[in-house]
Write a protein that binds this ligand. Structure first.
Ligand SMILES: N[C@@H](CCC(=O)N[C@@H](CS)C(=O)NCC(=O)O)C(=O)O
Length: 220
């Protein structure tokens, strides 16, 4: 099995980068530098015609879409237990949560961060306002889910949904209402940020602005 990840720090490639570290599999990571427009270079567009990260080259074949890549990795490495087994009671909840994150929250994030670029800048404020409502209602739903004291979105078992959700929560840090302001999300965020692979992916991506005060403290 070979993996080559094209990534840019703190973007949709981050949950995939994190998952590769959680899995402990060998992989190569290549930076796509947005500052130089590398995502629109001819070479990169051959791998990812949309000009977006992530791209994960799996056994020589380029694949895209962060949520799909997380699900694919979970399928290829079932021993890691990052997805409930097909037929298990938790499987439908996992599928539903992954699609909710990828289908509702992620596109709203795109609206928030790319309103001027993807659409008419004259209408960007309205797009951002709509995106903000979608993101906040998504965070509320996740907070409600965690209100029974469960450790992870599916219960007591970490899954790909948590990796994707935490990166989405990271993106809210400079938004009008950051995810850390929801009570159950605040505890959840702190718990997940303690994971050594999360600390490691931040170090590898050169990020230091959304970690626990003591990143090495034992899990709560
Ligand atoms: N639905 C895609 C979204 C990918 C995406 O929008 N990536 C952004 C970074 S978060 C990107 O590559 N932006 C560069 C650009 O649009 O020029 C996924 O989840 O993989």
């Amino acid at each position: 099995m070979s993996y080559l990840l094209y990534y840019s720090p703190s973007t949709a490639s981050m949950p995939v980068h994190w998952m590769l570290l959680e899995l402990g599999v060998p992989f190569e990571a290549r930076l796509i530098d947005f500052a130089t427009g590398a995502q629109r270079s001819a070479d990169y567009l051959r791998l990812n015609p949309a000009g977006r990260v992530p791209t994960l080259v799996v056994d020589g074949v380029p694949r895209g879409e962060s949520a799909a890549l997380l699900m694919l990795l979970a399928e290829r490495h079932p021993e890691a237990g990052l997805a409930p087994a097909p037929g298990s009671a938790a499987r439908p909840v996992w599928l539903e949560t992954m699609v909710f994150l990828a289908n509702s929250v992620l596109p709203a994030m795109r609206g928030w961060f790319y309103a001027d670029k993807d659409g008419d800048p004259a209408g960007a404020d309205a797009v951002r306002d709509f995106a903000r409502r979608q993101i906040e209602s998504g965070m509320q739903r996740l907070d409600d889910r965690l209100s029974d004291g469960r450790q992870y979105l599916l219960g007591e078992q970490l899954s790909t949904a948590d990796l994707l959700a935490l990166v989405l929560m990271r993106w809210t840090r400079h938004m009008p209402r950051p995810a850390t302001s929801w009570p159950n999300l605040a505890i959840y965020i702190k718990r997940l940020r303690q994971r050594p692979a999360f600390v490691e992916v931040n170090a590898r991506e050169g990020l230091s602005d959304w970690l626990n005060d003591d990143p090495t403290a034992p899990p709560a």
